[in-house]
Design a protein around this ligand. Structure first.
Ligand SMILES: [Ca+2]
Ligand SMILES: [Ca+2]
Ligand SMILES: [Ca+2]
Length: 277
């Protein structure tokens, strides 16, 4: 009698455990006010770049069975004045599936101008951009053909208030339905989208030495500076020290003067966030 009830309770526990994995939800936070890249970037001067538009505040990543839902939050409401689907944000989410040194890419999408630590080399990147799918695919084909199979577009993106919610099919990531997403590494980067990018940039807006109507300032006119305004770092609990960790992580870049000559550039190296660590 006793062993039977033990068996039943074991079965119930197993059932609960599998339900928990299917419903895995990861939450990240990011401090406010660190939307300055390495600590000294400034927004473009045109009023369409509302304060806080590029300031990440949090993210949730939720296992939904055959899909994963990514909600990325920032400090200002999404606007819809001139973009194809929304106006100014571009978000890249780098995923490290195996945490094996040098397994995957250490470069990022061309124009991002960062490298990833080889210990965190990524397998897939989710690309969240306000342009039409044909426009995005054309840009990837032209400028990032060597990694096009590993740049994954969400099946659905919903701008809601101060967030973008992107739904991604696990099949498009090439992972099994029972994968444990809490074991992955995440590199979530905030950039700005533009329909008129540099000819080696996949739809991201550049940072220059001086800010302009549609250019961020504080970087370089060459190509060595990261075109990233905010990112999640360390264990992404949103504590104040994460601002400085971010600044230190993506500072140290070097750039020549000529954006077309990238031989004299030195890119900064980022680490991803591992929720299970
Ligand atoms: Ca932030
Ligand atoms: Ca990897
Ligand atoms: Ca940050």
């Amino acid at each position: 009698m006793r062993s039977k009830s033990l068996l039943i309770s074991t079965l119930i526990m197993l059932l609960l455990a599998s339900t928990l994995i299917a419903g895995t939800k990861i939450e990240f936070s990011d401090p406010k006010g660190d939307d300055k890249g390495p600590g000294y970037y400034t927004y473009p001067t045109n009023p369409i770049y509302k304060p806080g538009s590029f300031d990440l505040t949090g993210a949730t990543i939720e296992d939904k069975g055959d899909k994963i839902e990514f909600v990325v939050k920032f400090a200002a409401p999404v606007s819809f004045d001139w973009g194809d689907y929304w106006d100014v944000q571009q978000i890249q989410i780098y995923l490290d599936f195996d945490r094996v040194e040098n397994s995957g890419y250490t470069e990022t999408i061309p124009g991002t101008q960062l490298l990833v630590d080889p210990a965190n080399a990524w397998e897939k990147v989710v690309f969240i951009d306000p342009h039409t799918v044909p426009k995005i695919n054309g840009e990837i084909e032209m400028k990032a053909a060597h990694m096009k199979d590993d740049i994954v577009l969400p099946s659905k993106i919903k701008p809601i208030g101060k967030s973008l919610k992107a739904t991604v099919n696990k099949a498009d990531l090439g992972v099994a339905e029972d994968v444990d997403i809490s074991k992955w590494g995440y590199g979530i980067l905030m950039l700005s989208a533009t329909g008129f990018p540099g000819d080696w940039c996949v739809l991201m807006r550049r940072v220059n030495e001086y800010e302009g109507d549609h250019r961020f300032g504080g970087g370089a006119d060459g190509a060595g500076d990261p075109n990233v305004i905010d990112l999640f770092v360390d264990n992404a609990d949103g504590s104040d020290d994460e601002a400085q960790i971010q600044y230190d992580m993506i500072d140290g870049w070097e750039s020549g003067m000529d954006p077309e000559d990238r031989s004299d550039d030195k890119l900064s190296v980022i680490k991803l966030v591992y929720p299970s660590q």
